[in-house]
Write a protein that binds this ligand. Structure first.
Ligand code: AMP
Length: 285
């Protein structure tokens, strides 16, 4: 039975009664798909009690249209969490997590992580992610936190937040779940027409081509053709390139040794889609 709790006070009261349980936490913004449910299943394997949250966090949206259009499917979400065996759903209103409002809040010193890729293209986004994650982690006090590699840079930011705030939680980064076409599952896929949803498979296909064609030397020769294939299909590219797996510095010349990740953010039909591909087997947690 899934227990739905709407306030942090009630949540603390309930979880304090479960103080001998190992708590796993899966934060989400809803419109749940199999990617989210995989995190729930992973938490169930590794912990005694799984808490998930659904909260569309206003402070992490730099584009008000994106916030307004974010899909909401709460009835189906509840059913999915129930059938995945999630124990508790924390479903707060904005006032519960931001009792003092959403203006003039603290800032986090994230260093260069905030100046590149998602940080650069979505100014303020990671500050919002840190604001909500800090509040959620204080509310839930989980032992284990499960997040998706789909949001690679977000995982790095949360790892840094945990370090900065000295929080005692283990971050687990779970591999990206994809549709049969290769498209990374995302709540935003719901906003694509069926035709564009098929087209969007080109993101993963081109990332895989880039990984296959990778060789030491100038990487623009590998990146440029991939980008050239995407543009005529209707994609607008924020970035689609190789970066250092740890520092997220863009890499345009490769020595054959540096560990790389391909980072991708594109618009299709005004829907912004992100994805990534790690070149070597490695973990960021
Ligand atoms: P969101 O609801 O988009 O904020 O995502 C909530 C969590 O689910 C984040 O940790 C995401 O990285 C993760 N997630 C989203 N899509 C996927 C996916 N396709 N595979 C695995 N995890 C995902």
């Amino acid at each position: 039975m899934l227990l739905i709790i709407k306030t942090v006070t009630e949540l603390r009261k309930y979880l304090e009664r479960k103080c001998h349980s190992k708590i796993g936490f899966v934060p989400t913004m809803g419109a749940l798909h199999d990617g989210h449910l995989t995190l729930v299943r992973e938490s169930k394997l590794q912990t005694d009690l799984t808490v998930s949250s659904i909260f569309i966090n206003p402070t992490q949206f730099n584009d008000p249209k994106d916030f307004a259009k974010y899909p909401k499917t709460i009835e189906q979400d509840i059913e999915k969490l129930e059938s995945a065996g999630c124990d508790v759903l924390y479903l707060p209103e904005v006032e519960d997590l931001y009792p003092g409002g959403i203006l003039d809040l603290e800032t986090f010193h994230l260093g260069n992580l905030e100046n590149v890729y998602e940080g650069k293209f979505r100014p303020g986004h990671f500050q919002g992610v840190c604001l909500v994650m800090k509040r959620l982690l204080i509310a839930v006090q989980p032992h284990e936190l499960f997040m998706g590699q789909k949001d690679y840079q977000q995982c790095m930011v949360v790892k840094e937040l945990i370090r900065l705030e000295n929080l005692s939680v283990n971050l687990h980064t779970v591999a990206t779940i994809r549709e049969a076409s290769g498209l990374a599952m995302s709540s935003r896929n719901l906003r694509l027409t069926p035709e564009n949803r098929e087209k969007a498979a080109a993101i993963y296909r081109e990332m895989k081509n880039m990984a296959t064609n990778l060789k030491p030397g100038n990487l623009d020769q590998i990146t440029a053709p991939a980008q050239q294939k995407l543009k005529p299909l209707g994609f607008t590219i924020d970035y689609f390139e190789f970066a250092d797996e740890q520092t997220l510095e863009p890499v345009s010349a490769w020595n054959g040794k540096q560990k790389l990740v391909i980072l991708a953010a594109v618009f299709l039909q005004e829907v912004r889609l992100i994805d990534n591909l790690l070149i070597a087997d490695s973990a960021i947690d």
